[in-house]
Design a protein around this ligand. Sequence first.
Ligand SMILES: *Cc1c(COP(=O)(O)O)cnc(C)c1O
Ligand code: SF4
Length: 445
Amino acid sequence: MEYKAYTVRNFRSIPQIKLLPESLKKEMEIVARVLPFKSNSYVVDKLINWDNYSEDPIFKLTFPVREILSEEHFSRIENAIMAEKPEAEIRKICEKIKMELNPHPAGQLEMNIPLFDNQKLEGVQHKYKETVLFFPLQGQTCHAYCTFCFRWPQFSGLEGMKISSKYDEKFGQYLKQKKEVTNVLITGGDPLVMKTNILAKYLKNLLEPGLEHIHTIRIGSKALAYWPYRFLTDPDAGELINLFKEVASAGKQLTLMAHFNHPVELGTKAVKHAIRVIRSAGVQIRTQSPILKNINDSAKVWAKMWRLQAGLGCHPYYMFMARDTGAKQYFDVSLNDAYEIFREAYSKVSGVARTARGPVMSAAPGKVHVVGVSEVSGQKIFVLQFIQARKSDWVKRPFFAKFNPDASWLTDLEPAFGEEKFFWQQEFEEMSRLNLKNAAFQEEE
Ligand SMILES: *Cc1c(COP(=O)(O)O)cnc(C)c1O
Ligand code: SF4
């Protein structure tokens, strides 16, 4: 299959779109002014059921339906267009709306960039002791865009909002010095949009002497779901698989952190074939997804997804809460609902698929796991814990929040049992105020 990208400029040429009502297409054009839109030939032809497009999870996942903007935002743009305001003015309105959509949640921009030689390492985040995130410059786009995505400022041309880098000597020196780092996670966008020869440079840098402490290289990617031909028939697909083999035989664990949102993404011949090819190159596949209303907010869907993944030799890893950004209101699932869905799905699968953890919020102080809902001395509470934390000592210490059926993020929660703050809160607030203005994770040495 040939890769063909669809954007707001050419989506009207998609045969299936031609059949849709004009009003819907106009709405999509309005939404796409704010949230970046990109789909492709595989997603359109193999994943979406056009007979029932308005209910189709993958349609809603990549096409900019009206509901992903708030009514207020939508009509602000619509009114400007109807009033025939000049294009420059409409664009200004859209930029303003983008800023109102919380483009960098969880202090991503300010808090996680490490300092080395008193210089910021651009395109690098080091929040948790063992794992460094790297955003290669050429990997900051994707084969299609998810409408819920918190990375959207990276695609939508918001000034000063991109985080990306070329691997340079400084980053290499940083890694060599930080012996506690065991994992490098190459992320994006989608690093697998890069040509193999570019990815090869980045990966080979990580095989250098002096980096023996890095035992695992992870690549965060949605290519399996959005473009499995990346591993099969793209001109440099064979090279990519050879590169995987080379990294594996250099003694590093190479892990694909594969992003799947719905079981339908695991159903095509192409994706199954690609998974086999990747695994036989010595690469592990771990899977993760946010839980999203209108896409996958049911236990049946998650159980099916985990079961299919386990059957294909992939390990379920995280169920995330949707971040507080972009189209959150359309995709929002409450912590309580997410927990119930997780619990029910988990109870339906065998042990080999119970490697998933969730629901998890990737919040500013750390990755917070909703362990459960319980009742203690007549008070209903959430039981929570950090799976990862800005300070390692916070990890795995249960803490308790008042039950709130509407809460969907850590910041909606209050401590239970009359406590004023969560045990980590004071320290976190001090970190944010003082030393973490630019620096990332800082551990007492
Ligand atoms: C999730 C995450 C990681 C990786 O955490 P693991 O639990 O090791 O998968 C690393 N850095 C950041 C900033 C993250 O959000
Ligand atoms: S593939 Fe990942 S980075 Fe790309 S749009 Fe989807 S969620 Fe965002």
